[in-house]
Ligand binder design. Structure first.
Ligand code: ZN
Length: 342
């Protein structure tokens, strides 16, 4: 997103972190083990020791400095059933196909084969919403149009941010979404993308919000990269606050969206080794009422800001296809867990 005009992606000010911290803490207990597993997978523990510390309070993780390489998360964390294949046949930039060579997880390596498919998600539908559109910059009149998000009005869409080297958030989010689609499709899911590089601009945020219901999706994830302060790094997940105003009424999706948010937070960290954002949110979680994509969604939905594209360390990761494959793995695993552990 264009940080010059607002907060992360589409829309401005971030919410209070207090409420969120409470929510996160409450949810942490049942997740402590998974949290510890995730922590084990993070090589750079020093960057974020608060999470493990809290988890330790409840679960007392074993001794430890055994750190696994970032690319080798515990296969178990939140991933799908063990039979679930992961990335059958990577191939770089083919739309729809899972690129990257890189097996994101040990299980990916183990199961990689052209026959690696399963039906664990058969009958389930997922909406992936790649933030922004590479063509938005050339369509400012269209994307600057105001749309109704229930409790206010916002621009139809924004251009999104980019790394200092010019790798755009729109390219990033579309690539990761396509990679996640390949993984989920191999697990039997029907996957719909809110845009697949098949339109000149947009869609507008209200249309993105409606896309979940239009696809009869069971869950939705909007993929973004943040445009934060250069000194800040890490990822965070944005969950919907309850908004009942004007045309918005997302009361029914708040609880399941928070469940999805927690799964995504833990799964993404396990798959990528990316620390929680140190410049926004708390414990990798935020809750907002100013995002049209969440206010107007009729299906459980969260946003993920996969990293800060203005930060050199995060930019290097996000530009790396192998890391993007891990990011997609984390997103796909979270959706799989959400849809199979209801
Ligand atoms: Zn964005």
């Amino acid at each position: 997103m264009t940080r010059t005009t607002s907060g992360p992606h589409d829309e401005p000010p971030r919410r209070s972190r207090l409420l969120l911290a409470t929510t996160a803490a409450g949810a942490l207990v049942p997740l402590c083990l998974a949290g510890w597993l995730s922590w084990q997978a993070v090589a750079d523990h020093g960057r974020d020791d608060t999470a493990p510390a809290r988890a330790a309070g409840a679960a007392a993780p074993p001794s430890t400095s055994s750190s696994a390489p970032p690319s080798a998360p515990p296969s178990a964390a939140f991933s799908a059933p063990s039979s679930t294949p992961v990335d059958a046949s990577p191939s770089a930039d083919a739309p729809g196909a899972t690129p990257g060579t890189a097996a994101a997880t040990p299980s990916a390596t183990a199961t990689a084969s052209s026959t690696a498919t399963s039906t664990v998600l058969a009958g389930r539908t997922v909406l992936l919403d790649p933030g922004h559109n590479p063509g938005n910059a050339a369509h400012s009149a269209e994307i600057n149009r105001q749309v109704d998000i229930g409790n206010g009005r916002k621009e139809c869409d924004t251009t999104g941010t980019s790394t200092n080297a010019g790798y755009s958030e729109a390219e990033y989010s579309l690539d990761v979404s396509r990679r996640a689609r390949a993984i989920l499709t191999a697990r039997g899911a029907t996957v719909v993308l809110a845009q697949d590089g098949d339109r000149p601009w947009g869609p507008c945020i209200d249309e993105r919000a409606r896309a979940g219901a239009a696809a009869h999706a069971d869950a939705a994830v909007s993929v973004h990269g943040d445009g934060g302060p250069p000194g800040g790094s890490g990822f965070h997940v944005i969950m919907p606050a309850k908004v009942v105003a004007g045309k918005a009424d997302n009361a029914a999706i708040v609880e399941p969206s928070h469940r999805l948010g927690l799964l995504l937070r833990d799964s993404f960290r396990a798959a990528t080794g990316e620390p929680y954002a140190d410049y926004v949110a708390a414990q990798g979680l935020d809750t907002r009422s100013d995002l049209g994509g969440l206010n107007l969604s009729a299906v459980p939905k969260v946003f993920i800001e996969c990293g800060n594209m203005r930060n050199s360390t995060d930019a290097k990761r996000m530009t790396d296809p192998q890391w993007r494959q891990q990011a997609a793995q984390g997103i796909a695993d979270a959706l799989t867990a959400f849809l199979t552990t209801r």
